[in-house]
Design a protein around this ligand. Structure first.
Ligand SMILES: [Fe+2]
Ligand SMILES: [Fe+2]
Length: 351
């Protein structure tokens, strides 16, 4: 056979070709993880395509005005505390999420289209961590102070230790999703990261930082937070689709007892998040106070519970209706007028 002869020397076993119907989100035995196509889970592919269409880099956002404002007397000590606490929480929180994807979630998700999204999400988490390096560098902040807050500030350590407690089992080398009990452990990890960390723990910070942006202050950091918020809402939507997909493929795991456990987990998370808001806003600034966050965190938690098929628990009103508008606007393709729009149209380049 010549080097250019493509005729196989052995007849291939066509029965090994995959059927999309055989794909499973976890514990897939009959289809290998290297064959993206044919796609079964269209939602996973759509989240991947949307994530790519939203590509951005923190260094594209001009920081000059933020630097001038930060160095001036524009902010009170309480306002600086809000900014610093949130930089501290997000700077390491993004790494916790990225590491959980790579070290805990990825190897147990046995579906190529879901893995394709996880690879994209892991890169986005790296971009988010990069944002905090860039903000520290731009404003001349003490990086050791910012990146150590998750050890040094109780309200941040409380949230991070709580989600990390949900990853310990799954990170264990010997962990397998081979029994209903272990699938529940895996679901608890997914709920801990996608629903609690990215769906609840990030949102007080979004409100606080975007409140500066609404007053035309720290608009560079505000714009970066808008990009992060947009990415995070796709992360959460992917996670919710994954959680609901695993539930429907493994109906035995979603027992009454487990649902109760999840409700208790989310109630604990609400407590951590309210304490975080109280710690960020001991006296209230920017028209924000800890009581409004108590309502907001519970409002957000109710929305998340409904998405995973659990009943609302709190029935509070949304004290920040402008946040819904911000999230809706972020979904519109031309909302961001900087380079992101160009990335979106780059597919139309003629070569
Ligand atoms: Fe992130
Ligand atoms: Fe995320």
């Amino acid at each position: 056979m010549s080097c250019c002869d493509t005729t196989p020397s052995q007849p291939h076993d066509l029965s090994r070709r995959i059927n999309a119907d055989d794909k499973r989100l976890i514990n897939c035995k009959s289809v290998d993880v290297n064959q993206l196509c044919p796609i079964k889970y269209q939602w996973a592919w759509e989240h991947y395509v949307n994530g790519c269409a939203n590509h951005w880099m923190p260094t594209e956002v001009p920081m000059q005005r933020d630097i001038e404002q930060w160095r001036s007397n524009a902010f009170t000590d309480d306002e600086r505390r809000v900014v610093m606490r949130n930089l501290g929480f997000f700077s390491t929180g993004e790494s916790l999420v990225g590491n959980n994807i790579v070290l805990a979630i990825f190897r147990h998700v046995t579906n190529p289209e879901a893995r394709q999204y996880l690879l994209r999400q892991a890169f986005e988490e790296a971009i988010h961590t990069h944002t905090f390096q860039y903000v520290c560098e731009s404003l001349g902040l003490d990086q050791r102070q910012v990146f150590n807050m998750y050890h040094e500030v109780d309200s941040i350590a409380g949230k991070d230790d709580f989600v990390m407690s949900l990853t310990a089992d799954v990170m264990d080398d010997g962990f397998r999703t081979d029994s209903p009990e272990n699938i529940r452990r895996f679901l608890k990890n997914l709920i801990g990261f996608y629903v609690i960390m990215e769906g609840i723990f990030f949102y007080s910070g979004f409100v606080m930082i975007l409140s500066f942006h609404r007053r035309n202050q720290l608009t560079g950091i505000g714009e970066q937070f808008q990009y992060i918020l947009r990415d995070e809402s796709i992360h959460m939507n992917f996670g919710i689709d994954l959680i609901n997909g695993i539930k429907s493929e493994n109906p035995g795991v979603w027992t009454e007892g487990f649902q109760q456990e999840v409700l208790e987990l989310i109630d604990k998370a609400v407590g951590y998040e309210v304490r975080y808001a109280e710690d960020c806003l001991p006296r209230g600034v920017l028209g924000l106070n800890a009581e409004s966050f108590d309502d907001y965190v519970k409002y957000i938690a109710d929305r998340r519970l409904e998405r995973i098929g659990l009943p609302r628990q709190y029935n509070t009103r949304n004290p920040f209706p402008w946040m819904s508008e911000t999230i809706d606007l972020a979904k519109e393709k031309n909302f961001f007028e900087t380079r992101v729009t160009e990335y979106q149209s780059s597919g139309a380049l003629q070569w």
